[in-house]
Design a protein around this ligand. Structure first.
Ligand code: ARG
Length: 574
């Protein structure tokens, strides 16, 4: 039982004692849910709002608070004080230190994990890159958010299915085949990969400006793909293979893997069934030659969702609907998350609504996990204006810059290359998951790689500092710790943060918000560094030293776990 639960049990017991025989008294679990963390430290470590009881007890909150404060009296968990309608608790510091450290250290790096997700599956549609385009920095957020959210859910016992919903369908692939056959060679494409495909595609558009009949050629080749023409398909699959081959080093650097690469093309042959079902359910109407689902009758303010275009082809949304039905059938998900930029908000609201109108109550389990835009050193990035930044280049630049800093700061480190990789990539990941996901990100190297701001290197450095302190303590005789050595404000603040970590993880999960973990880990590091400056760890009194070493170990484990959950590595030396 953690401190909060113990406190809730104590309150429940006291309520029973004081108000015996009254119906509807809250359980310890309910009380745990009511417990608040006071806004100021002077108001204690936890507060119980007594107005939650006044209805059942027919008494004013201050009255209840004062009765309970009197009855709780002195005990070794916490001192209780009435303040207005609140019952404020001041934890008994030695005891709190002991309990917290015992709990944290008993679980090691699994501290904060859980089993509440057992038997449940979460599908995550993320990264979802587009074929024949290079992996650019605009796809960083979806990739890292999805990766992190998947780790967080697995940590809580859920099964996750990571899906890279490839953008591999559309008329552009017909144009690309034409361009390749007209101006390309196999050698060039094999040698230069995706950039060569991009060059051919750009060339197509330049030529088509002069000769519009090329568009017909493009359409013809796309039709050939649709009809399963052998040559068209084999070229199309080759383009796909090249794109994934190009993305592989980036995924490897980030440690990202997927369970499925079923992209848009996978669902093309499953859209007929969608149209049939929509027809059967009387949901399709004709609008300017297109078949659409009208969404406005409930004053949603949304335009109709197009299912079949005038020319008889399906669109992005149709394939998403087919994909959702397929995923529900295949994985029986508890939730299906779509980690996609907020610009696609309307798209998701529209087709989620279509699923709802089809009568599937699981439409409420479809979640668009939206995020903001990324700019680079103050400049916005757009493929169209030719202002692209490839993720592979950014990561390599980060590694190189980290390497230079490490060279300067700790020139006798043995595994500099390894650490430069961990720090460089970690810095980029941290910057990406630092703030609430809906916020736009401006990526600045000096901030990203700073060792003493809120940054990846700062957090990793604190972890390495803990490791170094623990190395010094290795092999010393084991003694019983003196927990009263942890009753200073700095140690207590650390313990408080440690004790809240499990809740932090759950909050991050329920809000699909890795930044909650990034922030908690950063705060933990700040608190540890303050503690470290105020207290010597390797003191002569063995029981005091042992208490501080244990606290350091608990902090180290928790930083490492937090970093893991946001997709970062934790070097032991820096
Ligand atoms: N490929 C799309 C893009 O880059 C994202 C796909 C998101 N997933 C989905 N099921 N629609 O914008």
């Amino acid at each position: 039982m953690d401190t909060k639960q113990s406190l809730a049990a104590l309150i429940a017991e006291t309520i029973e004692e004081c108000y015996m025989g009254i119906d509807g008294l809250p359980t310890a679990d309910e009380i745990s849910g009511f417990l608040e963390i006071p806004p100021q430290k002077e108001m204690g470590d936890y507060a119980f709002p007594c107005f939650k009881l006044s209805k059942v007890l027919r008494k004013g909150p201050p009255m209840i608070a004062s009765t309970l404060a009197g009855a709780i009296g002195a005990n070794d968990l916490a001192r209780a004080e009435q303040m207005g309608g609140y019952l404020n608790f001041f934890l008994q510091r030695d005891n709190f230190a002991q309990k917290t450290l015992e709990t944290v250290l008993a679980s090691g790096e699994a501290y904060g994990s859980g089993t509440e997700g057992e038997g449940k599956t979460i599908c995550l549609d993320y990264s979802s890159i587009n074929i024949a385009k290079r992996f650019h920095i605009g796809h960083l957020s979806t990739t890292m958010l999805g990766h992190s959210i998947a780790r967080i859910y697995r940590f809580l016992g859920y099964k996750t299915v990571g899906i890279n919903h490839l953008g591999d369908w559309g008329s552009q692939f017909g144009k690309m085949i034409y361009a390749y056959k007209t101006w390309g060679t196999r050698e060039e494409v094999e040698k230069n990969g995706v950039p060569e495909l991009t060059r051919l595609y750009v060339k197509f558009h330049e030529e088509a400006e002069k000769d519009p009949s090329l568009d017909d050629e493009g359409r013809r080749w796309f039709k050939a793909i649709e009809e399963g023409d052998e040559e068209a398909l084999s070229l199309f699959n080759w383009f796909k293979e090249l794109t994934l081959r190009d993305a592989k080093p980036v995924y490897d650097m980030l440690g990202v893997e997927f369970d499925s690469y079923n992209g848009e093309s996978f669902y093309v042959d499953k859209t007929d069934a969608v149209v049939e079902e929509l027809t059967e359910k009387n949901l399709l109407t004709l609008s300017e030659g297109a078949k659409v689902v009208d969404l406005d009758e409930e004053n949603s303010g949304m335009p109709p969702c197009i299912i079949i275009k005038k020319d008889g082809t399906t669109i992005y949304a149709t394939r998403d609907i087919a994909a959702a039905l397929y995923r529900k059938k295949t994985y029986d998900f508890d939730k299906c998350l779509y980690v996609v930029a907020y610009q696609q908000d309307l798209h998701f609201r529209q087709w989620f609504k279509v699923i709802e109108k089809m009568g599937y109550e699981w439409s409420r389990d479809l979640v668009h996990v939206a995020f903001g835009m990324i700019s680079y050193e103050g400049q916005s990035l757009s493929t169209r204006k030719g202002h692209v930044l490839y993720l592979e280049d950014v990561l390599n630049m980060a590694i190189e810059k980290a390497r230079a800093i490490i060279e300067e700061k700790s020139s006798n480190l043995e595994n500099k290359d390894e650490v430069a990789r961990q720090v460089g990539i970690g810095a980029v990941v941290y910057a990406d998951l630092q703030n609430g996901r809906i916020k736009d990100i401006d990526f600045h190297w000096d901030r990203v790689l700073s060792f003493d701001g809120e940054s990846g290197p700062y957090v990793q450095y604190t972890h390495a500092r803990c490791c170094s302190a623990l190395r010094k303590a290795e092999g010393l005789e084991a003694v019983e710790p003196d927990y009263s050595a942890l009753s200073d404000d700095y140690a207590q603040e650390l313990l408080r943060q440690l004790s809240r970590f499990p809740e932090t993880v759950r909050e991050a999960a329920s809000r699909y918000e890795p930044s909650i973990i990034t922030r908690a880990v950063t705060e933990l590091c700040k608190a540890y560094n303050k503690f470290y400056y105020e207290n010597r760890i390797m003191v002569d009194e063995a029981p005091v030293r042992e208490a501080r070493v244990r606290l350091t170990r608990a902090v180290k484990n928790t930083i490492k776990t937090g970093l893991y959950l946001i997709g970062m590595e934790a070097p032991e030396r820096m």
